[in-house]
Design a binder for this molecule. Structure first.
Ligand code: GLC
Length: 689
């Protein structure tokens, strides 16, 4: 029997993460012990000293306890053994040594002797020590003790996650075309560049549904503008692309350029909708366009105002957006730049020793995203001035909410694509997220896989990583292997940074292989879309670690490089360069499906156990679970084309099985019409559908 206990500590700020109003429990928090300040003399930790001076909650971990969740973060599916920080951060180097990425997702489940979920609804900095200072202790260290805590008990992890998801509301559902393949790159300068990308895809018969417009489409990086020289007659260009079955998806950044005559800037100043500094002036930071103001996304009126601005692009035919730099990222602030320059002048001609060189380097590197800046500007929340660092983790959420709420008004019946870089729990109701600035590293392919279930636990279903990697140079095999995983992720987008090796699929030699792999995505769409819809409408996960399902199987519990995708499929992608296959663990007998294309499918039934499976670069392998069905089709060059194909079935059914297929129009919000497919296997092995 499930139950959610809600506790209120101190005077928490309202985050609007949850959608249910539960009664507040009296008394101490179950399971957690509050420890008053540590004995500093006894404990030492690298770089984390300050934490030790604060009170914390403690939960003793037994050897078999595992910890799952925390959404977008580094390291494993089992989060035990590291220290994580809830602090939306613009940091493109996602190495194991980091403690936070762009999102703040404070939900996790401890699974072991006791199994329970915890959600800490707290928008400031929060530390989760998952057995780092002390291997057998979980510690939760909020910066201040003003928060709401939800303790969730249930039958098992899946039940706990479902209750949490019901508590926080239904996940965002994108339009169907947004499940098609997308191409992006920072540096497409003009309509001509975009046309060349579309031509590259269409001429090589590689399916494509969207092209993303990075900051280059704007006029001097100003939100809600289009550079008319490089994108003449934008409205007509958007239409031209639609005729090619391509959706253009522009980026919107958080910072608004300070420039006389720029209407968004002028209106924001006039209405007082920007964040303020200590003196009550509009706070000045710098991002792509140079100096900017940040719209006060936590102020209802400002949010409504900013959201309405998306109309400028919607009325030109745009149906999707990605919100960026909304941690918010700050390259520097006027005030800190001044201090740093002063310091730099003071060391001119100085003979710097080691410490001074270190300090010098930190000085310049520390200009960006500095905690001092975050502590120096203010929001107006229902008439109250609140310092940004107290609500830092809500900024990206409320920027995306601004857009989501505006879309409800502008296009109430239509689904628009929306995803963000920064996020907090609650934002999953308005949009998805992408995993930010990863690198063209094999380890990031695996990290992409590991993040999927943790994000799903927190409600983020529409998600994916920059396939091929954002930073660094992608190799052909890395991109192919990454696409083989990306086939299964709701957001399937190839994106890369300015100055890196070009990585559109047609830029490499094995064009036919790219064609085949991406077409497999379209071929599996009847299954992938149905599973997405079920996960969203039933508050469930799309990607599951094996340990959530095969709970009694000690091998399955430790698998961190295979996932279940929906009810029928298990995936085991290759993530090692030069590997021609990999070891796969089957927790039960399964049917191996080898796709050499949608028309060339081989299958083989394997028993439970460990297997080495050959997976050449140009094939996609997955596994069907017993008594399960996978609807598919032959694919197409676009979602529209794929949708016209006949639905066929793959299955591993020996008796009778049923499958619920979602085939809605994909564009309106009229989702709830699954069709039931049944397979009855007769004794002669033939199937009746
Ligand atoms: C940020 C985004 C990245 C984008 C770049 C330029 O780094 O994360 O996706 O390409 O900004 O807009």
């Amino acid at each position: 029997m499930g139950k959610i206990y809600r506790y209120r500590i101190g005077k928490p700020l309202q985050t609007e993460a949850v959608v249910q109003e539960l009664p507040i429990e009296k008394g101490d928090v179950l399971y957690l012990e509050r420890v008053q300040k540590l004995d500093l003399a006894k404990e030492k930790a690298d770089g984390q000293e300050c934490l030790l001076q604060r009170d914390y909650w403690r939960y003793p971990l037994t050897q078999e306890d595992r910890i799952y969740g925390l959404g977008e973060n580094v390291r494993g599916i089992n989060k035990r053994g590291w220290i994580y920080e809830s602090n939306c951060t613009d940091d493109p180097i996602h190495t194991e040594t980091k403690h936070s990425l762009y999102g703040a997702h404070n939900f996790f489940v401890v699974d072991g002797e006791k199994t329970f979920g915890l959600f800490l609804d707290y928008p400031g900095k929060l530390v989760f020590d998952m057995g780092y200072q002390c291997m057998d202790e979980l510690r939760i260290i909020p910066k201040t003790w003003d928060l709401e805590l939800y303790l969730i008990l249930g039958d098992d992890i899946l039940d706990i996650v479902k209750q949490f998801r019901q508590l926080t509301g239904r996940s965002y559902i994108p339009p169907k075309w947004a499940f098609g393949f997308g191409q992006s790159r920072w540096g497409y300068q003009s309509a001509e560049d975009i046309r060349a990308v579309v031509k590259g895809y269409r001429e090589n018969h590689i399916p494509l549904d969207s092209v993303y417009l990075d900051i280059d489409y704007m006029e001097d990086f100003k939100d809600f503008t289009v550079n008319e020289e490089r994108f003449p007659d934008f409205r007509e260009f958007v239409e031209e692309m639609k005729r090619e079955r391509i959706h253009l998806v522009p980026i919107i950044d958080a910072g608004v350029k300070i420039e006389e005559g720029y209407s968004v800037y002028e209106e924001g100043v006039e209405k007082g909708y920007f964040c303020k500094d200590e003196q009550g002036n509009d706070f000045v930071g710098a991002v792509w366009p140079g100096k900017v103001h940040f719209p006060d996304m936590l102020n209802k009126k400002a949010r409504k105002w900013f959201g309405a601005k998306y109309q400028f692009l919607i009325e030109q035919g745009i149906e999707g957006f990605w919100n960026d730099m909304n941690e918010p990222a700050i390259f520097y602030s006027e005030k800190r730049l001044e201090q740093v320059l002063k310091k730099l002048r003071s060391i001119k001609n100085k003979n710097m020793d080691m410490w001074e060189v270190f300090a010098f380097k930190d000085l310049v590197a520390g200009l960006a995203n500095s905690p001092e800046d975050y502590a120096s500007f203010y929001h107006n929340i229902n008439g109250k001035q609140v310092c940004h660092d107290k609500v830092h983790n809500l900024y990206g959420y409320h920027m995306t909410r601004a857009a989501g709420e505006a879309f409800e008004e502008i296009e109430p019946d239509k689904r628009l694509l929306l995803f963000s870089r920064a996020s907090y729990i609650g934002m999953h109701r308005y949009g998805g997220i992408w995993m930010g600035d990863n690198q063209s590293w094999w380890s990031h392919l695996l990290m992409n896989l590991k993040m999927l279930p943790s994000l799903n636990m927190c409600g983020f279903l529409y998600t994916g990583a920059d396939l091929g990697g954002f930073g660094g140079d992608a190799t052909e095999d890395l991109l192919l292997r990454w696409l083989a995983l990306g086939i299964f992720t709701p957001l399937m987008r190839n994106h890369s940074a300015l100055g890196t090796r070009v990585q559109e699929s047609y830029q490499f030699t094995q064009t036919e292989t790219f064609q085949k792999l991406i077409n497999i995505r379209y071929g599996l769409m009847p299954y992938l879309y149905s599973e997405y819809m079920k996960a969203a409408l039933r508050d469930e996960m799309l990607f599951l670690p094996l340990s959530f399902v095969y709970t009694e199987d000690p091998h399955a519990r430790e698998v961190e490089d295979q996932l279940l995708v929906g009810e029928s499929i298990m995936i085991a992608p290759v993530y090692t360069q030069n590997a021609t296959g990999r070891y796969v663990y089957l927790p039960e007998p399964m049917k191996l499906v080898r796709l050499k294309g949608m028309e060339e499918i081989e299958t083989e039934v394997l028993e439970q156990g460990h297997f080495y499976v050959d997976i050449p670069l140009d094939e996609v392998v997955f596994f069907i679970r017993p008594e399960k069905i996978v609807p598919y089709c032959s694919g197409g060059q676009s979602m529209e084309e794929a949708e016209q194909q006949e639905i066929k079935l793959l299955d591993f059914v020996t008796g009778t099985a049923e499958y619920e297929l979602y085939q809605d129009d994909g564009y309106t919000k009229d989702y709830q019409r699954p069709e039931h497919i049944q397979i009855v296997r007769k004794q002669n092995g033939k199937r009746n559908v």
